[in-house]
Design a protein around this ligand. Structure first.
Ligand SMILES: Cc1ncc(COP(=O)(O)O)c(C=O)c1O
Length: 430
């Protein structure tokens, strides 16, 4: 008989052994063959797989299994079994983000929730500056605007115009920090730094940015929404005050699952968006996050299945290097065969995680071209059985593609043809 562990519902309630826990068999190799292990429509070419996540079948089945367990004896499961499962799962995911004292870590449904939780727990006043970047994820950008509108704090945008070097990004940040320091009416209080920006999908020089911002006394929220599964994360080594990552993007858990880290010294300040029974709990800070009103926890528990999957696939390092190498190869292929030039040249390979951003043959500012750029993502999804995130940045049109483990070079070739034909069609129609 298989030994049960603290992340198994039946470990806490033997009655739950009536449900068979899904078994993860051996997995096919990365590339096209891996597609059979995913719940995705096999007739589609998914190039935007990390945007809202794309799930292995095993994770879908495990999510359903956790959901069944929670419905068997709901009072018992939620009131008594779920708490130890919650903490055992936190303990299990913790090594992937490098936070030795995981009492500083809790689950959150997504990165937007994590940033809102932190921003709305802090006091801001007129004269406080909140730093964000021109590439900050739109939802997070708006969360800062909202806090500033309510409190009179001032948002300060640091421009990032890619392609550019990491040094240029750091120089821009330094100049903005100095401008704030020279303004007697402003004090830099808070900053959001992306580990990997959303659009363009690029690894930013986040370590140095955190360092610079901490040096001038800012509280730093490190946004790793896209980080887990693309690049190494080590919270303890980073000097950030707050951190989030989604597990549902590149780590294959059910959507609606992620992590929020809050350094211990802020535990008396940072409280969940929903205050419920565990306000100022004696059991510790993350207890307040555990119970934010009645909810379902199956998505958080699916992180266990995601870890099983990652381990069975050969580990996180193998997944990350596959994605990185494929993103580089895909950029070269799309440029050579189809003229879609990647945003980051070979000199800036450190800016590439597992996403590739290539330039589209559309002129920004040309109304006909802009119209095509604006509808391209939608057309790819609704009419072409594919996907890709088209966006305007630094005076040009680009598309962001995700090098997931179920794709290979040939898929990018197929996509290059599809994209060329789609743009030609749309231009002819406009
Ligand atoms: C950099 C970044 N931060 C935050 C988020 C928000 O994540 P979610 O939509 O899961 O709240 C995203 C989403 O793509 C993101 O790319």
């Amino acid at each position: 008989m298989k030994t049960l562990c603290p992340t198994d519902p039946a470990f806490h309630d033997k009655d739950l052994s009536v449900f068979e826990k899904p078994v993860l068999g051996s997995l096919p190799p990365f590339g096209k063959q891996m597609r059979s292990a995913f719940a995705l429509n096999p007739d589609c070419l998914f190039m935007n797989g990390a945007s809202v996540g794309s799930l292995p079948k095993y994770v879908v089945e495990s999510f359903e299994y956790y959901s069944r367990c929670s419905e068997y004896n709901p009072d018992k499961f939620l009131d008594y079994d779920m708490r130890p499962l919650f903490y055992a799962t936190l303990e299990r995911i913790n090594p992937y983000v490098g936070c030795k004292d995981f009492s500083q870590l809790t689950f959150c449904p997504n990165g937007s929730n994590a940033l809102n939780t932190v921003l709305r727990s802090l006091d801001f006043d007129k004269g406080d500056a909140i730093v964000r970047f021109s590439t900050t994820y739109g939802g997070c950008y708006n969360a800062i605007s909202y806090v500033c509108d309510r409190t009179g704090a001032t948002p300060v945008d640091i421009p990032i115009n890619l392609p550019c070097s990491n040094q240029e990004i750091l120089d821009g940040a330094k100049a903005a920090i100095e401008r704030i320091a020279c303004n007697p009416d402003l004090k830099l209080k808070f900053a959001v730094v992306d580990m990997i920006s959303s659009i363009p999908g690029m690894v930013l020089p986040y370590k140095k940015l955190v360092e610079m911002l901490k040096e001038v006394g800012a509280l730093v929220f490190l946004d790793g929404a896209h980080a887990l599964g693309q690049i190494d994360i080590n919270i303890d080594e980073s000097d950030c005050d707050f951190f989030t990552t989604n597990t549902h993007k590149w780590f294959y858990s059910k959507r609606g699952s992620g992590l929020l880290y809050v350094a211990k010294k802020y535990h008396n300040i940072i409280q969940p968006l929903t205050i419920s029974w565990a306000y100022k709990p004696s059991q510790g800070w993350n207890e307040a996050f555990f119970w934010q009103g009645t909810n379902d926890y199956s998505a958080y528990l699916s992180i266990n299945a995601a870890i099983d999957f990652v381990e069975q696939a050969g580990g996180i390092q193998k997944i990350q290097s596959y994605g990185h190498n494929l993103a580089i190869e895909a950029g070269a292929l799309l440029s050579e065969l189809y003229g879609f030039e990647p945003i980051s040249d070979a000199l800036n390979e450190e800016q590439v995680g597992s996403m590739v951003n290539v330039k589209l043959p559309l002129q920004a500012g040309n109304p006909r071209h802009d119209k095509v750029g604006e509808i391209l993502s939608q057309v790819l999804v609704t009419k072409k059985r594919s996907s890709g995130y088209a966006f305007r940045h630094n005076g040009a049109w680009w598309i962001r593609l995700c090098a997931m483990i179920y794709l290979e070079k040939e898929d990018f070739d197929e996509f290059g043809k599809l994209l060329t034909n789609t743009i030609d069609e749309l231009l002819a129609e406009s």
